[in-house]
Write a protein that binds this ligand. Structure first.
Ligand code: NDP
Length: 287
């Protein structure tokens, strides 16, 4: 039996409609939700990601501003721009597109963005809130995966979820969200011995590695749900995920494609976080 493909594009489109309604309701109260994106340098992939984010803002009614800075921008200049946006009452969300040119510290950038405007959910305090199970802005990609699992009616409670990848922005928050939803979670990484023996135990298998064919058919339990976060380019320059999609399609029960799976949903969650940030700031200003 061939797996059901989880259509991230269609699910994201539904979310964008809901978010647009929230943006309209907030606007009726006199507050226009707004996102500022900072792009430093001229990395072509980053330019595409930023364009997609700005387009999603237009589709949801969020006011967007793109600040493009040259690759030669100094760290002091970049941090000063962020600090000015922190103080700008009209801005609800600040996103600095990564990767940054080598001379700029991503850590310092993340520390500088104010907590309530951290719509990427990368701030140490937002990650800490996630660890403690408290409310905060949650990293968009892991949140997107949770929403896809929900939309595809995948039972998380009691399931064995295996997350391959342990980055601070993707793998770790992914594992934490699954744990919060009562999955039994295993995290794998580059030093994991016999990866296949672990992935084969997964009811829910999530790959966040960034390497083609990391997950092959023989590594997947029959009828498992497979979520592919990875974005890679194959030898022909085509965008593919970490999962050997055509082969795994024959084994899994449900699977996300790349492109058209986690990617569009991640952008929808960025819009959602911007709306949440705007709503939270509005509540504060009403006090
Ligand atoms: P990182 O490079 O920060 O992390 C990759 C992780 O994969 C690391 O934990 C690493 O282990 C692990 N890893 C590397 N090789 C292996 C291996 N052979 N076996 C098992 N684990 C391995 O990447 P990110 O977490 O930032 O991103 C992961 C992927 O997701 C990338 O392709 C990225 O482009 C994509 N992505 C997609 C998004 C979307 O919207 N769809 C959003 C964000 C990211 P170790 O810690 O030991 O080095």
């Amino acid at each position: 039996m061939v797996a059901t493909v989880i259509d991230g594009k269609a699910i994201a489109a539904k979310y964008r409609i809901q978010i647009a309604q929230g943006v309209t309701a907030l606007r009726a109260q006199g507050h226009l939700a707004a996102l500022t994106v900072i792009l430093v340098g001229d990395d072509p992939a980053s330019a595409v990601y930023v364009r997609n984010k700005i387009r999603a803002c237009q589709e949801t009614g969020i006011r967007s501003e793109l600040i493009q800075l040259p690759a030669s921008t100094t760290e002091a200049e970049l941090l000063a721009r962020i600090q000015a946006l922190n103080l700008d009452d009209a801005v609800d969300g600040i996103l600095v597109q990564f990767p940054l040119p080598k001379h700029l510290s991503e850590k310092k950038v993340l520390e500088t963005i104010s907590l309530e405007k951290d719509v990427d959910g990368f701030h140490a305090a937002n990650i800490g809130a996630l660890v403690q199970g408290q409310a905060g802005l949650i990293s968009c990609t892991p949140l997107a995966c949770m929403k896809l699992l929900e939309a595809a009616d995948v039972k998380i409670e009691g399931a064995h979820a295996v997350v391959v990848g342990r980055s601070v922005n993707v793998g770790k928050p992914m594992a934490l969200l699954l744990l919060q939803a009562n999955a039994t979670v295993t995290i794998c990484h580059s030093a994991t011995n016999n990866l296949a023996s672990i992935t084969r135990q997964a009811d829910i298998l999530i790959s966040a590695v960034g390497r083609i064919n990391t997950i092959r058919a023989e590594m997947v339990k029959p009828l498992a749900t497979v979520i592919d976060i990875g974005i890679n380019r194959d030898a022909n320059g085509k965008i593919v995920g970490d999962v050997d999609f055509e082969a795994v399609l024959q084994v899994a029960g449900k699977i996300t494609p790349v492109p058209g799976g986690v990617g569009p949903m991640t952008i929808a969650m960025l819009m959602n976080n911007t709306l949440l940030a705007a709503q939270a700031r509005r509540k504060i200003s009403l006090l």
